[in-house]
Design a protein around this ligand. Structure first.
Ligand SMILES: [Zn+2]
Length: 245
């Protein structure tokens, strides 16, 4: 179900007391290399959410996306829009608190943008105090190990993200403009003049090796992992036992 397609009467009859899980896609509007659309970070999680809804139409609610994120480093590129981290945190936090108020006890923040992570972690801490379980999924990080069995590298508008876009929104990708950033920072560091190297061409990694076939495989594995997450949430199976070698 989609939160914004139900009437208030329908919400009372079909959701309250029946559906306990919601997904909030969160993204960003920002330059993605020279070849991917500004809304890339919304399109990828948005696509995952649509597919999950098809798999569990009666068990999950998809919330309208939070489309604007915290992206100061990419603000210099034409078309990028950034909101401050504190605003994003407060906004997501209040949306989450509102969602929980209507009986949702499992909230998944399905994030598409690295710059949002700090704000979302703070927001989830507060939402979780409302007696809800909040999961933050950063698909390219959480499933990185599996993704790297498909692509040689990862990156912002890099091989993995571009491949996903070739699967979910190929009409907006211009592979002839795909680029390679030969620099990778050794540390998490910011400072004057550093972003030219860390985000050269508004890219990290190499978007040139992306293909639709790789994108299909990544989408498939991300969806498999997200379905597993939902099942684990519902089965209260969020921890694994680690052997003490
Ligand atoms: Zn992105």
């Amino acid at each position: 179900m989609y939160w914004d397609q139900i009437t208030t009467k329908g919400f009372l009859q079909e959701v309250v007391g029946r559906v306990d899980t919601a997904i909030l896609p969160v993204g960003s509007i920002e330059a993605h290399g020279q070849h991917c659309p500004l809304g890339t970070d919304n399109m990828a999680p948005g696509y995952f959410a649509v597919q999950l809804e098809k798999a569990y139409p009666d068990r999950i609610l998809i919330l309208p996306s939070v489309a604007y994120g915290y992206t100061p480093d990419l603000s210099v590129w034409p078309g990028s829009l950034s909101v401050s981290a504190s605003v994003l945190q407060q906004y997501v936090q209040e949306i989450g608190q509102g969602v929980v108020r209507w009986g949702i006890t499992n909230l998944i923040l399905l994030n598409g943008h690295g710059g949002n992570i700090g704000a979302l972690q703070s927001a989830m801490d507060t939402i979780a105090q409302e007696n809800a379980r909040v999961v933050l999924i950063n698909w390219w990080l959480d499933f990185s190990k599996q993704i790297l069995t498909i692509t040689q590298g990862q990156g912002h508008a890099g091989e993995d993200e571009t491949s996903v876009m070739l699967k979910v929104a190929p009409e907006w990708v211009h592979m002839e403009d795909a680029s390679f950033n030969p620099f990778r920072p050794r540390y998490r560091v910011k400072g004057p003049g550093l972003s030219d190297k860390s985000l050269r061409h508004a890219t990290t990694g190499d978007g040139r090796g992306a293909t639709r076939e790789k994108g299909e495989k990544i989408v498939e594995l991300v969806l498999k992992e997200l379905r597993l997450l939902l099942e684990r949430l519902w089965n209260d199976d969020l921890f694994e036992r680690i052997d003490n070698h």
